[in-house]
Design a protein around this ligand. Structure first.
Ligand SMILES: Nc1ncnc2c1ncn2[C@@H]1O[C@H](COP(=O)(O)OP(=O)(O)OP(=O)(O)O)[C@@H](O)[C@H]1O
Length: 320
């Protein structure tokens, strides 16, 4: 059911002739995890700053929890937790002291602060690290503490700008799982920006692809892959034990089969782009030819391919 908590209507931001964000319209529902994906300079941070009321749009509007961010930045700030790509803490204070300090600044009553800060640190998996100085925290731990810093203020929306930057691979996975858990447990809406497709795929319900200030596509992975790959939604790879004797003829024959759009042979196998999943027919075809099949793989498109394909298509358009 549609229940937009973030609504961007024709949002644009121009710096002179530079269109950092151009005519962006987008709805993000309550409880959703949405990924803003795009290369450096695509306009992700500018969009986030406009949602927070920290940058004034050239035109259009950003509504967060129904509040116009440009006219009411303070009201929006109460609802939204924002994690910039580099969060600073006082290195010579313990993590708990840092969090209590933040809690005080955001108006949590003194008698509640210690309990609340501990609870929040438990929530982000730092329950055993309360008394460590943040100077001795790893980057992954600091990002967890940064999350605690948002959560202690009980936001409705969390906006995280490149949150996994600088964390080691194992830490990234744990951190993403944590964000998802928190979102699901607390009905929190999360907006993340990133250029790491693989990471976004693990966590987001929906992603938007940003290029040169424009949202060029938006949807879940299935929708995006359907839009971009359309007729070639299924890729089937078959490998055989012995080198293919007459690859050229085989390729031509395969291309004649119904639902096959493209066939490409290599020494030990074939890759087929098909409009339907015809894996059983393909296997039968190979067996019938007396070929010893050693492997059959059906490839599912992920964000990496979607992104790559997307840029290929766009480059072609620019050239035409
Ligand atoms: N204050 C500014 N003055 C002029 N141009 C700006 C300003 N802020 C951003 N830009 C330009 O707007 C474009 C979008 O920048 P933005 O920082 O939003 O991109 P981004 O997608 O967040 O990239 P990154 O991943 O590098 O943070 C860039 O071309 C940038 O140079």
């Amino acid at each position: 059911m549609e229940n937009p908590i973030i609504q961007l209507n024709g949002l644009s931001k121009h710096y002179g002739s530079k269109k950092a964000v151009e005519n962006l319209s987008l709805k993000i529902n309550k409880g959703e995890i949405f990924g803003l994906l795009g290369p450096n300079g695509a306009g992700k941070t500018t969009t986030i700053l406009m949602m927070l009321g920290l940058s004034e749009p050239t035109s259009g509007e950003a509504l967060v929890c129904g509040i116009n961010a440009t006219n009411n930045p303070i009201a929006v700030k109460r609802k939204v937790g924002y994690m910039p790509d580099n969060v600073g803490f006082y290195d010579n204070m313990t993590a708990l002291e840092n969090l209590m300090y933040i809690g005080r600044l955001s108006g949590i009553p003194e008698e509640k602060i210690a309990v609340k800060a501990r609870e929040t640190m438990e929530l982000v998996g730092l329950g055993d690290e309360l008394y460590k100085k943040t100077g001795a925290y790893s980057r992954g731990m600091k990002q967890r503490l940064a999350l605690a810093d948002l959560l202690i203020r009980e936001p409705e929306v969390m906006i995280l700008d490149e949150p996994t930057l600088g964390i080691d691979p194992a830490g990234i996975k744990e951190f993403l799982v944590l964000i998802r858990q928190l979102s699901r447990q607390q009905g929190l809406t999360v907006l993340l920006s990133s250029h790491h497709l693989h990471q976004m795929q693990q966590i987001c319900d929906r992603v938007g692809i940003f290029v040169e200030g424009q949202l060029l596509m938006e949807g879940n992975i299935d929708t995006l892959s359907g839009n971009l790959f359309g007729k070639e939604s299924y890729v089937i790879q078959v490998t055989v034990r012995e080198p293919l004797a007459n690859a050229q003829a085989l390729q031509q024959e395969l291309q004649q089969l119904e639902h096959v759009n493209k066939a490409a042979t290599s020494e030990y196998g074939v890759e087929l782009s098909c409009s339907q999943d015809i894996t059983p027919d393909i296997v039968r075809f190979f067996v019938h030819k007396g070929l010893n099949v050693t492997g059959v793989q059906k490839k599912e498109y992920g964000l990496d391919e979607i992104y790559q394909r997307f840029f290929e298509n766009n480059a072609k358009k620019h050239v035409q």
